[in-house]
Design a binder for this molecule. Structure first.
Ligand SMILES: [Zn+2]
Length: 235
């Protein structure tokens, strides 16, 4: 799908996936990392793995179709963040709100935290257990939310001085929907997942407030992005 999109837009790209012969992989990476390369997009399957895939020619990574195993996603993100990377790196993780993707993400955070500092995931070994209730929850689509994860945090953005760009009641009454706890609120609150508390340190933005800071390169996405968790790390 993304390849078709690149074709349509006439963007130069390279592609590496499971079908790419091992002896061709390094060649693609070297070609991409060359600063004179005309291909400025690298379509990479996060499952293609392998060592030596250091994409330091990239400064923006868009991760979609996330994995049950957070270690796979972290490895994908680390590919642009290697020694030799001189540019500021931006990582975008795209999730479909209210869908199973967002629930996978919530489990990722709970299991490993956002920083991924605890890299103790045992390859190939799954200790995930689902109750009947969990499974039911996983496969139910919540269409009435801007961000299911934000609801689970029971966050009241209005009280947070650092949540820039969040509309206030005086300027945009219709878009103020702090912690949408309706009838199911009590139940959700009781289920609040403490493992996700790290997200409370991040900035919380409605998609429609992304215009507030053009530095995020998110201008123009407000129709497609309903909610943004945003974080900046200084190194
Ligand atoms: Zn919030």
């Amino acid at each position: 799908m993304l390849q078709k999109f690149c074709d349509q837009k006439r963007y130069g790209y390279l592609r590496l996936d499971g079908q790419t012969p091992t002896n061709r992989r390094q060649e693609l990476v070297t070609k991409f990392n060359n600063k004179f390369s005309k291909e400025f997009i690298f379509l990479l399957s996060s499952k293609a793995g392998g060592v030596g895939l250091n994409l330091i020619g990239a400064s923006r990574l868009v991760l979609y179709d996330i994995d049950w195993n957070p270690a796979n996603d972290l490895q994908a993100m680390a590919r642009v963040w290697r020694d030799g990377q001189a540019k500021q790196v931006h990582i975008y993780r795209l999730l479909t709100t209210g869908s199973i993707e967002e629930k996978i993400y919530q489990r990722q955070i709970t299991k490993q935290g956002l920083s991924g500092a605890v890299m103790e995931s045992k390859a190939g070994k799954s200790d995930v257990q689902f109750s009947r209730e969990d499974l039911k929850d996983l496969f139910s689509l919540n269409v009435n939310t801007l961000c299911d994860t934000h609801e689970l945090l029971c966050c009241d953005c209005q009280d947070r001085p650092d949540s820039v760009g969040v509309p206030t009641a005086t300027t945009a009454p219709s878009s103020v929907r702090p912690c949408q706890l309706g009838a199911g609120g009590i139940k959700k609150a009781a289920k609040r997942n403490l493992g996700m508390d790290e997200l409370m340190e991040w900035k919380h933005l409605r998609g429609n407030s992304s215009k507030a800071n053009p530095d995020w390169f998110l201008e123009g996405v407000s129709e497609d992005v309903s909610f943004i968790f945003w974080h900046e790390t200084k190194t």
